[in-house]
Design a protein around this ligand. Structure first.
Ligand code: ATP
Ligand code: MG
Length: 391
């Protein structure tokens, strides 16, 4: 018999008036991810999104894995279709939920009946199935309050559906409901995690990478594109805006005090990212900065970089320990790529004694002789846009 997938909406259920828009976005995101896996029908009823294969060549196992990475679903269940007959249901439960039954010590059966012509009502059906299971499995007893396993049976017009305990979904909000954001993606550990965290809050991302060829290598750029690729099962397809950054760095080295090099460079990153935001209709910036992690990540430095734009800057890992960031990095599959040893543009011309507490006034003084606007425009006009398809 056919298997279908159920997505149980998490926070969405709480969001009152927004709920409809969230459900629409979740379905749209799910459909896009399912497209390469076959013809699936996707619809939502009473806060549950149903994903149903429409032909035999649908890859339901791959679809189940893909649906666990779609933000907005708190739980994901694989569900077995079966004939609307109580003994067929019992047989399906025994076969389909064999592993979960083997692991459970307590259980309960919950039934829902939308087909009112089915001869047993929900309570009678639950009693029948519960009694049979209790007898068939001596290691497992019925328990109404906190059972290890809840056997769910739903009798609908066309068929009955059975599922056990759900698998965890990705949680969060569907990508897109919160608008669009520009995320500064380096090749490191932190920025892919920061990007993932904000996508989880419902933001759709435009990635910006600053590339300092020939000081940084084509391999370093490839690594960043790989990181973007790793994010796509969560974010959907991405555009990486690769900004030619060499000329700006050389200009800063030539004409500015060495100890301010890093902070001035980061002010340019923010300005260019803000320009990309303007050009792509994005409403905020995201970075992987973490307080105190390196010299440019003090509150004074963040103030100096923040004032060059009036866009909000989200730094979701700002209060996290490196270990906590690494844990997420591993979970999303980015870590092994992030630690590949390629240089980043931030490591080019690093001052020996960077200013730990720069002031806005000294940054502005150092930039007086620069054509800031022209430099930003030239860099933004020469961006290479790389399209990353969904993995
Ligand atoms: P990460 O692990 O994300 O590289 P980091 O700890 O190495 O962070 P920095 O190199 O100081 O910290 O960078 C801080 C943030 O600035 C990064 O998280 C990223 O958002 C942004 N950033 C740094 N370098 C680049 C780059 N080459 N392109 C785009 N963004 C960058
Ligand atoms: Mg870095």
């Amino acid at each position: 018999m056919r298997e279908i997938i159920l997505l149980k909406l998490g926070e969405l259920v709480l969001k009152g008036l927004n709920r409809h828009r969230f459900e629409e976005q979740l379905m749209a995101n799910a459909k896009r991810r399912l497209k390469p896996l076959g013809a699936f029908k996707v619809y939502t009823r009473q806060s549950i999104t149903y994903v149903e294969p429409q032909s035999d060549d649908c890859d339901t196992a791959a679809a189940f894995a893909a649906m666990q990475k779609v933000f907005g679903a708190a739980d994901v269940c694989l569900c077995r279709e079966c004939e609307k007959d109580q003994d067929a249901m019992l047989a399906a439960i025994k076969e389909f939920l064999a592993d979960q039954i083997a692991a459970a010590r307590t259980f309960k059966v919950e039934c829902k009946r939308s087909d009112k012509t089915f001869p047993l009502n929900s309570i009678q059906l639950a009693q029948y199935l519960g009694g049979e299971l209790d007898e068939a499995y001596p290691h497992m007893r019925a328990e109404m309050h906190h059972p290890d396993l809840i056997v769910n049976v739903e009798v609908r017009e066309t068929a009955a559906y059975i599922h056990g305990n759900p698998a965890p979904g990705a949680g969060g909000l569907p990508v897109g409901v919160g608008g669009r954001a520009v995320s500064l993606l380096s090749g490191g550990i932190d920025s892919p995690v920061a990007s993932w965290m904000m996508a989880k809050r419902g933001l759709s991302l435009e990635m910006v990478h600053f590339f300092s060829y020939p000081y940084t290598s084509p391999e370093a750029k490839e690594k960043v594109l790989d990181l973007a690729r790793i994010l796509t099962p969560y974010t959907g397809r991405l555009v990486v805006h690769v900004v030619p950054f060499t000329a700006i760095q050389e200009e800063l080295r030539r004409s500015c005090p060495e100890e301010l090099f890093t902070i001035l460079m980061r002010r340019f990153m923010m300005r260019i990212a803000a320009e990309v935001a303007h050009r792509t209709g994005s409403g905020c910036l995201i970075t992987g900065e973490s307080l105190g992690q390196v010299a440019s990540q003090t509150m004074e430095a963040m103030r100096c970089t923040g004032v060059v734009t009036d866009l909000p800057i989200f730094r979701p890992v700002v209060g996290m320990d490196k270990e906590e960031i690494v844990r997420i990095s591993r979970k999303i599959g980015a870590f092994e790529t992030s630690i590949l040893p390629y240089e980043d543009c931030c490591t080019v011309f690093t001052p020996k004694h960077p200013r730990l507490k720069p002031t806005r006034a000294e940054c502005e003084r150092a930039e007086e002789k620069l054509d800031v606007e022209g430099m930003v425009k030239t860099a933004a006009d020469n961006i290479e846009r790389v399209f990353i398809a969904m993995e």
